[in-house]
Design a protein around this ligand. Structure first.
Ligand SMILES: C[S@@+](CC[C@H](N)C(=O)[O-])C[C@H]1O[C@@H](n2cnc3c(N)ncnc32)[C@H](O)[C@@H]1O
Length: 294
């Protein structure tokens, strides 16, 4: 970048699509029927692979309750993936209308094919989303890691996170619940192997993405949201990554036939990096329950 260029605020749309616009069939092999790309809620002693889909639904049910979203007129899911949260909210929890935003056109196609007319998926960035009627609740599940460009300075990053929370605040009714699941990074000593893996994540697989520190998020939401609860649920995500790796290994030949050896190798590498960095406590996965102020 030269001195006169302005750094991108978000990671490039193409960088997001590089990861999310492989075939939906390959994602189905990895993620299973739940089609959730984030952590689940497992109980001690469970066969983690066998109950993966149930663990994902438990997480969604808990999030609906924490956001006070059951029976709501409308909810927003920011970074809505394959629509599972909105499908669950509208079919099991009596939500009238679920709106999701994503940058992935293939995810929108996938959700349209479900045929749930209470769900509307928009291919747009969170910052471009508007609504005439404020939402009763919102979710953002492991998506904020994509929203701020890693080349920004700490001060610029804080401003971007402030923009994000200001935007969500403007989309919600007063006192609405907002549940955020977010990976965060710890400032721990790095070694050469870990540095190479982090470089792969940030320069290749998720180019430009920034995994925040918890304080970057909490300071940016001040005055906009009351913090109800913050819990570190690191294992919820590391277990999911290990299950997805097993699911991929079992049907590897099919996966390669769908999207090719290179894509499959990329996924094997990055899922293993996330699994071990969470297990080794370099990364966290915080559940942050918020209430919109005023
Ligand atoms: C890890 S996936 C999580 C999907 C879903 N929340 C889940 O838990 O299964 C991240 C999601 O964020 C979306 N995303 C990335 N950048 C975005 C942006 N600027 N605006 C809206 N969505 C975005 C991606 O398209 C993807 O759907």
């Amino acid at each position: 970048m030269t001195a006169v260029e302005t750094p991108a605020l978000n990671p490039e749309v193409d960088a997001i699509r590089h990861h999310y616009e492989i075939s939906n069939e390959l994602y189905r092999i990895i993620l299973g029927p739940a089609m959730m790309y984030s952590g689940g809620y497992w109980n001690d002693g469970e066969d983690q692979r066998a109950v993966h889909d149930e663990a994902q639904m438990r997480k969604l049910d808990a999030f609906v309750e924490l956001a006070g979203a059951a029976g709501a007129d409308s909810v927003l899911d920011i970074g809505s993936g394959w629509g599972t949260m909105l499908d669950r909210a509208t079919t099991v929890h009596g939500v009238g209308r679920g709106v999701g935003v994503t940058l992935s056109r293939t995810q929108q196609e996938f959700v349209r094919a479900i045929g749930n007319d209470k769900i509307d998926i928009k291919v747009e960035s969170w910052e471009d989303h508007t609504t005439e009627t404020p939402y009763d609740a919102a979710f953002c599940i492991n998506a904020i890691e994509h929203f701020v460009h890693s080349s920004l300075s700490p001060r610029e990053r804080t401003r971007r996170y402030q923009d994000f929370f200001t935007k969500v605040h403007s989309l919600l009714r007063p006192d609405a619940g907002f549940v955020l699941h977010a990976m965060t990074a710890e400032a721990l000593p790095l070694n050469r192997a870990l540095l190479a893996d982090l470089k792969f994540l940030q320069r290749e697989e998720f180019a430009g993405c920034h995994i925040p520190h918890l304080s970057e998020l909490t300071s940016a939401m001040e005055g906009l949201f009351d913090v109800v609860e913050i819990r570190n649920e690191r294992e919820s995500f590391s277990i999911a990554c290990r299950v997805w790796l097993e699911q991929l290994a079992e049907r590897r030949d099919e996966a390669v036939a769908l999207d090719g050896e290179d894509v499959v190798r990329r996924f094997e590498r990055y899922l293993d990096i996330f699994a071990y960095t969470l297990e080794d406590k370099y990364f966290n996965n915080f559940r942050i329950v918020l209430r919109r102020r005023g």
